[in-house]
Design a protein around this ligand. Structure first.
Ligand code: PXG
Length: 479
């Protein structure tokens, strides 16, 4: 592997220097509608133009080097600048850049990737994943899940089983179904969501939702039983599935208590409903396993994936379809009237295969599980000592900490102060990308990060927390 302190290749530096930041920002503001962005606000400051990347670092058009502790957006698991992935994309583009998988055709990388994923996905409790449906994103994959789940129950003669239960503050994408399955109130408020027959339970967020004095274990069981209560209130014969992220990512890296998932499994089994594990963030080594359901010992029927499957180099997503669903769809279903032009895109699948090969060769999953993951846990969780931090936790290579006004009482800051965004601004200034979700600061570093780079990141995080603390004290917002 390459050394950690790489400077960008000279040719790329020259290209970046030729770009006029102001001109790019003006064009950006004039023509480009960004995802989840207040454009009136953006126009006043101009967007940051990211021009190149290598290993765990990105550079902007002004030449600033930034440690990317978010892996792009939870996806660049293999790190930036991996020639193997570029080569695989190039080779496949020259061999067969595109052909569809409709009309009884297929292509070699899609077949090979489907077989490889079936091999990587561990069987749990006698349930296997022999089939894969491909899309180009997590959102499309979750739309696929909605259609597949409803088709499954139709084929079993239970068409009244339509309701899918998600969780408040869960994230499952931005399409009509994806945003509906998710529980982001800001998304539901725009575009008349959720669509019918999707409902939500509360998230298993110990820090915010536990009762005073309640143990984590007790809270985990209580939170899981909200699902039971919801199912009973709807009528179990009307419920099709439950969908959740093993660890909530976009919601702020919310790691459920150990008692939560086994109890959820017991409840879905009791009612016979399908379980969808949305592993768009959690799969492909992020939690130290190829798939997160293995870590939590759950037996999902459908597993959503995207992001890390290609380390984000090209768009690819999909659904692992467990035998319970696949058998019904295949044996009884005839034609499933669903699919995307780019389902099984040969270039995306070729890059995914190269990415998986690279991850196997460099033992990235094992490293996160046994070496760098535990080391990150040790270093990151020690942040709980910082005067501004109420709690800090990790799971594999995701981590979250909560900024608090009062450590002893766990009192949170007034939302209007935007303390998380202030901290994020200090991160930017100090060459670190961390994401703020309210006052939770989160990380999901590239899995290639070494122990020395964990140290480097932690030093930056300390510096940014100190700067935030200073700012709050200077403004008289903290004693
Ligand atoms: N499920 C999960 C669990 C996700 O994290 C999606 C589905 C949707 O995937 P696509 O590929 O359609 O975006 C995601 C995506 C954030 C953030 O702010 C997180 C995601 C996307 C955008 C922003 O943390 N996750």
């Amino acid at each position: 592997m390459k050394p950690s302190s790489l400077i960008p290749p000279p040719a790329l530096v020259r290209r970046a220097e030729q770009q006029d930041t102001k001109a790019l920002q003006a064009l950006d503001s004039a023509h480009y509608i960004h995802p989840f962005t207040d454009h009136a606000d953006l126009a006043t400051r101009g967007s940051r133009v990211i021009t190149q990347a290598d290993n765990i670092y990105i550079w902007d058009s002004e030449g600033a080097k930034i440690l990317d502790a978010m892996s792009g957006l939870w996806c660049v698991n293999a790190g930036y600048g991996r020639k193997e992935l570029a080569d695989a994309g190039y080779q496949q583009t020259m061999t067969l850049p595109f052909y569809n998988s409709f009309f009884q055709t297929t292509n070699v990388p899609a077949v090979q990737l489907a077989a490889k994923l079936a091999q990587l996905a561990p069987a749990v409790g006698g349930r296997k994943f022999e089939h894969v449906f491909f899309s180009s994103s997590g959102s499309e994959s979750n739309d696929t899940n909605v259609r597949m789940v409803r088709r499954y129950w139709d084929l079993l003669g239970q068409p009244q089983r339509k309701v899918i239960i998600g969780r408040h503050n869960g994230y499952h994408g931005s399409t009509m179904a994806g945003a509906s399955l998710g529980g982001m109130s800001g998304m539901h408020a725009q575009g008349d969501l959720p669509i019918p027959n999707i409902t939500h339970i509360e998230q298993p967020h110990f820090f915010e939702n536990a009762n005073p004095g309640e143990s984590e274990a007790d809270f985990g069981l209580r939170a899981a039983r909200w699902l039971d209560e919801k199912i009973l209130s709807i009528g179990a014969d009307k419920v099709a599935a439950f969908i959740a992220e093993p660890v909530q990512g976009a919601g702020g890296v919310i790691i459920p208590p150990a008692t939560y998932w086994p109890e959820i499994q017991r409840i879905v089994d009791k009612h016979g409903i399908l379980l969808i594990s949305d592993e768009v963030i959690c799969a492909f080594g992020r939690l130290g396993h190829w798939f997160a359901y293995e870590k939590f010992g759950i037996r999902p029927d459908l597993v959503t994936f995207a992001k890390g499957v290609t380390s984000g180099y090209v768009p690819l997503g999909g659904v692992l379809v467990g035998d319970r669903v696949a058998k019904v769809l295949i044996d009884k279903g005839g034609e499933f009237n669903h699919g995307y032009t780019y389902s099984g895109h040969p270039v995306a699948c070729a890059v995914a295969l190269a990415n998986i090969e690279l991850m196997e060769r460099e033992k990235l999953v094992e490293r996160v599980k046994d070496d760098t993951g535990p080391y990150l846990a040790e270093r990151f969780e020690a942040l709980a000592q910082h005067p501004l931090v109420g709690a800090a936790e990790t799971c594999g290579f995701v981590g979250g900490l909560v900024l608090v006004k009062n450590k002893a009482t766990r009192e949170l800051f007034d939302e209007a102060l935007g303390v998380g965004m202030r901290c994020r601004a200090h991160c930017f200034k100090n060459g670190l990308i961390m994401r703020a979700v309210g006052d939770r600061m989160i990380i999901a570093p590239p899995l290639v990060m070494t122990r020395a780079q964990v140290d480097e990141m932690m030093e930056l995080i300390h510096r940014c927390l100190d700067a935030t603390l200073d700012e709050l004290r200077t403004e008289g917002l903290l004693a």
